[in-house]
Write a protein that binds this ligand. Structure first.
Ligand code: HEC
Ligand code: HEC
Ligand code: HEC
Ligand code: HEC
Ligand code: HEC
Ligand code: HEC
Ligand code: HEC
Ligand code: HEC
Ligand code: HEC
Ligand code: HEC
Ligand code: HEC
Ligand code: HEC
Ligand code: HEC
Length: 450
C-alpha cells in the first residue's frame, strides 16, 4: 500500500520536475526561438536593445544552435570566446578607423567591458551611463578637485575623449587649444583677435588648467603668483630677492592685477595701458607696511600740469621697476633719497640713464646746461661737491610741477618746507631759497652775485 503511494508521489514529482525543467508546450511563435517565456525571458526588454537581438538573431553571434541533448526542444549555443568578441562585432560594424592611438580595452577587444552585447538601459547599450563607465577602470580622483570642469562633472568624458581610437594623445578629439575652443568659442574669438598672445596659451591650455578638476577656481592648480612662477623662474628670483617690494604683487589678484593671463592688445599682456594701471591704484593715498603714506599720484598729476618727459610718454616703468627693486621707491637705478650727499656720479644713475651725465661733471660749459652763469656750470657747482652736494631733488620735482624745468616750489628739509622761490628769465633765472639770499644766473651776461 505504502509502496504504491510512494510510487504515485514519485511520479507526481517527476512530472512536476520535468515541467519545470523542460517546460510545457511552447506556443508556435516561441518554437525554435531563444527568447521564450522560460528562456532568456528578459532579453530584448531593455530601453536600448541591440539591433540583432531585437530581431531575435542570436545565431549571428553565437553560431548555429544545436538542440539540447537532454531537451530536444531547447536550443544550445556555443559561448563566444573573449578573444573572438571584437571579431564578432566587426562582422556587422565597420572596423574603427585606424588612427594613431587606440584605447587599450579596444586594442584587446574588450568591447563588452563597456557595451552590453544584448541591451541596456543606456544609449549605445553602455553598461553604465556617462563617466561611470570610465570610472569602472579609471580612478575618479580626477574629478575630486573642489572645482570641477562642467563636462567632466556631468560625465561628458566623450566630449573630449574618443572611446575607441583617436588621432591625438590621451585619445583626445583635438589637440592643444583647439580641443578647448570646440566649446569655448568666446575664448577662441578673443584669442584670435588679441595682438599679444601668451605663449603657453598658444600651445596648450592644460599647461595651466586641469581639464577635469583642480583645487583652485577655474580648475587651476595654483593661484597667481605661484601659478606664474611655475614658469617664470627668473621673475620669481627677482621678486623674492627685491628688498623694496611692491604691494601690487601681494594684494588682490597679484600678477593678474596688471597682466592678462591669455591675451591682450597691449605689450607684455598688460590689462590696461601701463600708466592707467598704475594710476588705477595710485589714485588714492597708499600705505606702506611701515605705516608711512604714499602720495596720491593721480591727483598730483592732475594738479601739476608740467609733466616730466617719461610721464608725458606714459612710461612709469622708465624709472620704476614694478616687480620690486633694491633701490628705494622701487627705482630702476640708484637715486639719492636725501637732500645732501657727497658727490658720486653713480648715485644719480637713474637720471643719467636718460640725461647726459656731463651735466654734473664739467665745471665749465657753454651748451651742456642752461643752468649756468656765463660758462660756469651751476649744476656742477651745486651737485658735484665732496661733502654737501645738493641732490637733484633739492631743486627738481620728479613727476610733475607747475614750474618750468620741474623746479620745485619748496623742498622738504627736515620738518621745514624750504621755499625755492625760483624765477625764470629769458637768459637765466634766480632763486631766493632758504639756503641763501637772492642769487641770479645769466647765460649771456654773467650775473654778479654778492
Ligand atoms: C551581437 C552579438 C550577440 C548577439 C546578437 C547575441 N549575443 Fe548573447 N552574447 C554575446 C557575447 C559577446 C556574449 C559574451 C558576453 C560576456 O562574456 O559577458 C554573450 C553572452 C550570452 C549569454 C551568457 C552571458 C549572459 O549575458 O547571460 C547568453 C545566455 C546569451 N548571450 C544569450 C543570447 C541570446 C538568447 C541571444 C539572442 C536573443 C543573444 N545572446 C544574442 C553576443 C551576442
Ligand atoms: C549582426 C550584426 C551585428 C553584430 C554582429 C553586432 N552588431 Fe551592433 N548593431 C547592429 C545593428 C543592426 C545595430 C542597430 C543600428 C542602428 O540602430 O542604427 C547595432 C547597434 C549597435 C550599437 C549602437 C549604435 C547606435 O548608433 O546606437 C552599438 C554600441 C553596437 N551595436 C555595438 C556592438 C558590439 C559591441 C558588438 C559586438 C559584441 C556588435 N555591436 C555586434 C548589428 C550588429
Ligand atoms: C572603454 C569603453 C568602450 C569600449 C571598450 C568600446 N566602446 Fe564602443 N563606445 C563607447 C562609448 C562611450 C560610446 C558612445 C560614444 C559617444 O557617445 O559618442 C561607444 C559607441 C560605440 C558605437 C556606436 C557609435 C560609433 O562610434 O559608431 C559602436 C558601434 C561601438 N561603440 C562599438 C564598439 C566595438 C565594436 C568595440 C570593441 C571593438 C567597442 N565599441 C569598445 C565605449 C566603448
Ligand atoms: C575596461 C576598462 C576601461 C574602461 C571602462 C575605460 N578605460 Fe580608459 N584605459 C583603460 C586602460 C587599461 C588604459 C591604458 C592604461 C592607462 O593609461 O591607464 C586606458 C587609457 C585611457 C586613457 C589614456 C590613453 C593614453 O593615450 O594613454 C584615457 C584618456 C582613457 N583611458 C579614457 C577613458 C574614458 C574617457 C573612458 C570612458 C569612456 C575609459 N577610458 C574607460 C581601461 C579602461
Ligand atoms: C574638456 C575636455 C576633457 C573632458 C571633458 C575630460 N577629459 Fe580626460 N583629459 C583631457 C585632456 C586634455 C587630457 C590630457 C592630460 C592632461 O593634460 O591632464 C586628459 C587626460 C585623461 C586621462 C589620462 C591622463 C590622466 O590624467 O590619468 C584619463 C584617464 C582621462 N582623461 C579620463 C577622463 C574621464 C574619465 C573623463 C570624464 C569624467 C574625462 N577624462 C573628461 C580632457 C578632458
Ligand atoms: C565639451 C565642451 C567643453 C570643452 C571641450 C571644454 N570646456 Fe571648459 N567648460 C565647458 C562648460 C559647459 C563649462 C561650464 C560653463 C561655464 O562656466 O562657462 C566650462 C567651464 C570652464 C572653465 C571655468 C569657467 C568659469 O567661468 O568658471 C574653464 C577655466 C574651462 N572651462 C577651461 C577649459 C579648457 C582649458 C578646456 C580644454 C582643455 C575646456 N574648457 C574645454 C565646456 C567645455
Ligand atoms: C598661463 C596659464 C594659462 C593658460 C595657458 C590658459 N589659461 Fe585660462 N586662465 C588662466 C588664469 C590665471 C585664469 C583666471 C583669470 C582671472 O582670474 O582673471 C584663467 C581663466 C580662464 C577661463 C575662465 C575665465 C574667463 O576668462 O572666462 C577660461 C574659460 C579659460 N581660462 C580658458 C582657457 C583656454 C581655452 C585656454 C587655452 C586656449 C587657456 N585658458 C589657457 C590661466 C591660463
Ligand atoms: C606654462 C608656463 C607659463 C606659465 C604658467 C606662465 N607663463 Fe608667462 N610666459 C611663458 C612663456 C614661455 C613666455 C614667452 C617667453 C618669451 O618669449 O621669452 C611667457 C611670457 C610672458 C610675458 C611676456 C609677454 C611678452 O610679450 O613679452 C608675461 C608678461 C607673462 N608671461 C606673464 C605671466 C603671468 C602673469 C603668468 C601667471 C598668470 C604667467 N605668465 C604664467 C610661460 C608661462
Ligand atoms: C603693478 C603692475 C604689475 C604687476 C602686479 C605685475 N606686473 Fe609684470 N609687468 C608690468 C609691466 C608694466 C611690465 C612691462 C614693463 C616692465 O618690465 O616694467 C611687466 C612685464 C612683465 C614681464 C616681461 C618682462 C620682460 O622683461 O619682458 C613678465 C614676465 C612679467 N611682467 C611677469 C609678472 C609676474 C609673474 C607677476 C606676478 C608675480 C607680475 N608680472 C606682476 C606690470 C606688472
Ligand atoms: C593693484 C594696485 C597697484 C597697482 C596696479 C600699482 N601699485 Fe604701486 N603700490 C601699491 C600699493 C598697495 C603700494 C604700497 C605698499 C608697498 O608697496 O609698499 C604701492 C607702492 C608703490 C610705490 C612705492 C614703493 C615704496 O616702497 O616706496 C611705487 C613707487 C609704486 N607703487 C609705483 C607703481 C607703479 C609705477 C605702478 C604701475 C606700473 C604701480 N605702482 C601700480 C599698489 C599698486
Ligand atoms: C623720471 C623718473 C620717474 C618716473 C618716470 C616716474 N617716477 Fe615715480 N618716483 C621717481 C622718484 C625719483 C621717486 C622718489 C621721489 C622722492 O622721494 O622724492 C618716485 C616716487 C614715486 C612714488 C612714491 C611716492 C611717495 O609718496 O613716496 C610713487 C607712488 C610713484 N613714484 C609712482 C609713479 C607713477 C605712478 C609713475 C607714472 C605715472 C611714476 N612714478 C613715474 C621717479 C619717477
Ligand atoms: C626714462 C628717461 C628719463 C629719466 C630716467 C629721467 N628723465 Fe628727465 N627728462 C626725460 C625726458 C624725455 C625729458 C623731456 C625732454 C624734452 O622735453 O626735451 C626730460 C626732462 C627733464 C627736465 C626738464 C627739461 C625741460 O627742458 O623741461 C628735468 C629738469 C629733468 N628731466 C630732470 C630729471 C631728473 C632730476 C631725473 C632723475 C630723477 C630725470 N630727469 C630722469 C627723460 C628722463
Ligand atoms: C641747485 C638747484 C639744482 C640742482 C641741485 C639740480 N638742478 Fe637741474 N636745473 C636747475 C635749474 C634752475 C634748471 C633750469 C635752467 C634753465 O633753464 O634756466 C635746471 C635744468 C635741468 C635740466 C634741463 C636741461 C638743462 O640742463 O638746462 C635737466 C635735465 C636737469 N636740470 C637735471 C638735473 C639733474 C639730473 C640733477 C641732479 C643730478 C639736477 N638737475 C640738479 C637747478 C638744479
Amino acid at each position: 500500500m505504502n509502496k504504491k503511494k510512494n510510487a504515485v508521489i514519485s511520479c507526481f514529482f517527476a512530472i512536476l520536475l520535468s515541467l519545470i525543467f523542460f517546460g510545457g508546450p511552447l506556443s508556435a511563435a516561441e518554437e525554435g526561438s531563444c527568447i521564450t517565456s522560460r528562456c532568456h525571458a528578459d532579453m530584448g526588454k531593455d530601453k536600448y536593445v541591440h539591433g540583432p537581438v531585437a530581431a531575435g538573431e542570436c545565431a549571428v553571434c553565437h553560431g548555429e544552435s544545436k538542440k539540447h541533448k537532454d531537451s530536444p526542444r531547447r536550443n544550445k549555443f556555443g559561448a563566444i570566446k573573449d578573444k573572438d568578441i571584437a571579431g564578432v562585432c566587426f562582422k556587422c560594424h565597420e572596423q574603427f578607423e585606424t588612427r594613431k592611438f587606440t584605447h587599450e580595452p579596444v586594442e584587446t577587444g574588450e568591447c563588452v567591458a563597456c557595451h552590453d552585447p544584448h541591451g541596456s538601459p543606456y544609449k549605445f547599450q553602455l553598461l553604465s551611463k556617462g563617466g561611470e563607465i570610465c570610472f569602472e577602470c579609471h580612478d575618479n580622483e580626477i574629478v575630486a578637485g573642489e572645482f570641477v570642469h562642467g563636462p567632466a562633472a556631468v560625465g561628458g568624458c566623450v566630449a573630449c575623449h574618443e572611446p575607441h581610437t583617436a588621432n591625438y594623445k590621451n585619445n583626445l578629439k583635438a589637440k592643444g587649444p583647439a580641443l578647448c575652443f570646440m566649446c569655448h568659442t568666446d575664448q577662441a574669438e578673443a584669442f584670435q583677435k588679441g595682438k599679444v598672445k601668451h605663449k603657453p596659451v598658444t600651445e596648450d591650455c592644460t599647461e595651466c588648467h586641469n581639464p577635469h578638476s583642480a583645487a583652485k577656481q577655474f580648475m587651476l592648480a595654483k593661484k597667481a603668483p605661484e601659478l606664474c612662477f611655475g614658469c617664470h623662474k627668473e621673475m620669481e628670483k627677482w621678486v623674492s630677492a627685491a628688498s623694496v617690494k611692491h604691494g601690487a604683487l601681494s594684494t588682490e589678484k597679484s600678477c593678474l592685477n596688471c597682466h592678462n593671463a591669455h591675451v591682450s592688445d597691449i605689450d607684455k599682456m598688460l590689462a590696461l595701458p601701463p600708466m592707467d594701471l598704475c594710476l588705477g591704484c595710485h589714485d588714492r593715498v597708499q600705505k606702506r607696511a611701515d605705516g608711512t603714506f604714499i602720495t596720491n599720484m593721480k591727483k598730483l598729476l592732475e594738479e601739476k600740469k608740467n609733466h616730466h618727459g617719461p610721464i608725458r610718454q606714459k612710461d612709469c616703468s622708465g624709472c620704476h621697476n614694478t616687480h620690486g627693486s633694491d633701490n628705494f621707491r622701487m627705482l630702476r637705478e640708484a637715486y639719492p633719497p636725501t637732500f645732501y650727499i657727497p658727490f658720486d656720479v653713480g648715485q644719480y644713475a637713474l637720471c643719467f640713464s636718460c640725461h647726459e651725465k656731463s651735466l654734473v661733471l664739467d665745471p665749465e660749459t657753454t651748451k651742456l646746461t642752461n643752468f649756468r652763469n656765463g660758462s660756469m656750470n651751476l649744476h656742477f657747482k651745486h651737485v658735484n661737491k665732496p661733502e654737501k652736494g645738493r641732490t637733484c631733488r633739492s631743486c627738481h620735482k620728479t613727476h610733475a610741477s607747475n614750474h618750468p624745468k620741474h623746479i620745485r616750489e619748496s623742498v622738504p628739509f627736515g620738518t621745514w618746507e624750504l621755499p625755492v622761490n625760483y624765477e625764470k628769465t629769458k637768459t637765466g633765472g634766480s632763486c631766493t631759497p632758504g639756503c641763501h639770499k637772492l642769487k641770479k644766473y645769466d647765460r649771456v651776461k654773467k650775473a654778479v652775485n654778492k
